[in-house]
Design a protein around this ligand. Structure first.
Ligand code: ADP
Ligand code: MG
Length: 289
């Protein structure tokens, strides 16, 4: 069993009126089964309302399944006794860093989680040092979070989660409120945590260009997993992605069209530079003596 495993997971939001009568049921997650191995970098793609956040909240027991089961590190989240252990194992990073940063000095903010967990002071400072370094924010340790850019704040929020030493980090659209630079910083940071520290990463996003380095991608639609595969596999199914209302980058679509016409391009082309580089290489090979 992987570090996160769900079997026939169903979640319904139920709205009730004043007399507790059910007014509306919204089936947010319909029947999701998945299995994520420790150390994997998994991306979850899907348009708005496809159930990504609802699924994410099951990964650290913020929500419990209406039906079916989810195990985190082998623990069934419905089991009350494992709640703390589940939360410790799987850290969450949300969209808005402002809602996650509590302290008025960066280093204190990063130390807040372990302090709450009763970690000894020496060890807290060791972790603060290490985590700020890992996200490239050591130079700002004495700064006020208010003075940081969105991308920097989000990196501090990630350091704060890391300081609790989770085995797995679930990031729910962590770049949605950032500019392109901030987005790149955050994605680079997350990739490094995965590669260097072996932390399992679940990255939820609706930006296709952020998932190219994932080991595996799940695409959600209407509460279900509509597609699963490596980036190469997923990106070579452009028509299906568009049918699922995902924004396929124009250049990816162009490369897809060219591939269908027999130009030997790789499926994961996401920017003009990548396309140009490959076209030049193909031309070089064709004109080589
Ligand atoms: P995503 O993160 O992919 O945008 P969500 O998991 O937030 O999707 O939402 C999935 C579905 O559940 C949507 O139809 C949404 O309207 C509904 N939903 C989400 N949160 C609530 C809630 N608190 N109460 C009722 N319905 C909700
Ligand atoms: Mg969401």
């Amino acid at each position: 069993m992987g570090i996160i495993k769900a079997k026939n997971l169903i979640y319904n939001y139920i709205r009730r009126d004043e007399e507790e009568k059910v007014e509306e049921i919204s089936e947010a997650v319909k029947d999701v089964s998945l299995d994520i191995e420790e150390g994997e970098f998994v991306a979850v793609l899907g348009h708005n309302g496809s159930g990504k956040s609802t699924l994410a909240k099951h990964m650290n027991a913020l929500l419990l399944p209406s039906e079916g089961t989810i195990w985190i590190g082998g623990m069934d989240t419905k089991n009350d006794e494992s709640l703390l252990e589940v939360r410790r194992l799987a850290g969450m990073v949300f969209q808005n860093p402002d809602n996650q940063i509590i302290a008025s000095v960066v280093e204190e903010d990063v130390g807040f989680g372990p302090e709450n967990m009763g970690v000894p002071t020496d060890e807290i400072w060791r972790r603060v040092d290490e985590c700020l370094k890992a996200v490239g924010m050591t130079a700002y340790r004495q700064s006020s979070p208010d003075r940081l850019s969105g991308g920097q704040k989000q990196r501090v929020a990630i350091a704060g989660v890391m300081a609790m030493e989770p085995r797995c980090i679930v990031l729910d659209e962590p770049t949605a409120m950032l500019d392109p630079n901030g987005r790149r910083e955050v994605i680079r940071t997350v990739r490094e945590l995965n590669k260097k520290k072996g932390i399992t990463v679940i990255l939820i996003t609706h930006y296709m260009e952020e998932v190219i380095h994932a080991d595996r991608i799940y695409v959600m639609d209407e509460g279900e997993i509509a597609m699963e595969g490596t980036p190469e596999e997923i990106f070579s199914r452009v028509d299906e992605l568009k049918a699922l209302r995902l924004d396929v980058p124009q250049v990816t679509e162009l490369a897809y069209g060219l591939r269908n016409k027999g130009v030997p391009l790789s499926p994961c082309i996401l920017d003009i530079e990548g396309l140009v580089r490959e076209l030049i290489e193909i031309r070089r090979q064709r004109t080589a003596p």
